[in-house]
Design a protein around this ligand. Structure first.
Ligand SMILES: [Mg+2]
Length: 292
């Protein structure tokens, strides 16, 4: 439950600061009241809505890209599993893919520019569903990108995070997660370059926290590496500025999977909008996860 709740908590805490410059604010763990777009404390965004849609699709239909897109379309058109009445803060590639799917029922073609962080931010339900089968966890983590982000950098970033979460759920050490979780994966070289450890030697000023998937992945690994508890990792991620909600959502998946649900501050969980619905979906996903 930690990886999924970590995603949603990170998204909700980061959302009020989305788009703000590094240094322009300081997030200390407090629940800020209102952010851009009238975001209230605890109000999660597209990252969490899409993750909940993905989870609901896995629960209803197993792994099926068209079922996932149907759920995303429900969210996009009718605000299904949104923290507000409607969907909001939708990424460009996601919007394009869903609009095409609604019109033509097709999956998006490979796109050179579909290398945003929109598929990485929602990933956790996939490795949770396949938590008893490593090969399936990484294969379907990669596949889950293709509904909206048919791009090798986005897809292989998902593959890496799928393996990371899988191993974290098996109680592997932090050292193992950061040094070895990627070793058996056949990753695109650009993704491999980001995950193999150069971030350990980088200072904050060298970390870019925008919506390009490789930057989000590196910023999240850096935030996780630099800290030793869930709250500190999330604070580190948000204080990078930029795409704060998604960098914190990805960091939250890593840190939540590693430290576990009990390490996520109760005040952060209790403050989530529609908390009961979130817990119900996560619990259901846990119940239907595939067995060995
Ligand atoms: Mg968002």
């Amino acid at each position: 439950m930690g990886a999924f709740l970590g995603l949603i908590v990170g998204d909700a805490l980061g959302a009020p600061y989305e788009g703000m410059q590094r240094g322009e604010f300081q997030f200390n763990g407090e629940l800020k009241r209102v952010g851009p777009d009238n975001i209230k404390a605890g109000q999660w965004t597209d990252d969490s809505s899409m993750a909940l849609c993905l989870a609901e699709s896995l629960i209803d239909d197993g792994f099926n890209l068209k079922s996932q897109l149907n759920k995303y379309a429900e969210w996009f058109e009718h605000g299904h599993l949104s923290s507000k009445e409607r969907a909001f803060k939708i990424g460009r590639n996601t919007s394009l893919a869903i609009t095409d799917f609604i019109k033509k029922s097709t999956l998006p073609p490979e796109r050179e520019y579909a290398a945003g962080n929109g598929s990485l931010m929602r990933l956790a339900p996939v490795p949770l569903y396949f938590c008893n089968d490593f090969d399936k966890a990484v294969y379907y983590a990669k596949m889950s990108s293709l509904s909206t982000h048919n791009n090798i950098m986005a897809a292989d970033s998902c593959k890496f995070l799928g393996a990371f979460i899988y191993h974290a759920l098996k109680n592997k050490s932090k050292e193992y997660l950061l040094e070895s979780s990627f070793k058996k994966l056949d990753l695109d070289k650009r993704v491999l370059d980001k995950v193999k450890g150069n971030y350990k030697f980088k200072e904050k000023k060298d970390i870019i926290s925008d919506a390009f998937v490789l930057n989000t992945l590196e910023a999240s690994l850096w935030s996780f590496y630099q800290t030793d508890n869930f709250a500190a990792a999330i604070k580190k991620a948000i204080n990078l500025g930029g795409d704060t909600d998604t960098v914190a959502a990805v960091t939250g998946q890593m840190a939540g999977a590693f430290y576990g649900r009990k390490e996520i501050l109760n005040k952060w969980i209790n403050n989530l909008v529609k908390k009961k619905m979130i817990i119900q979906i996560i619990t259901k996903l846990y119940q239907v996860k595939i067995s060995e």
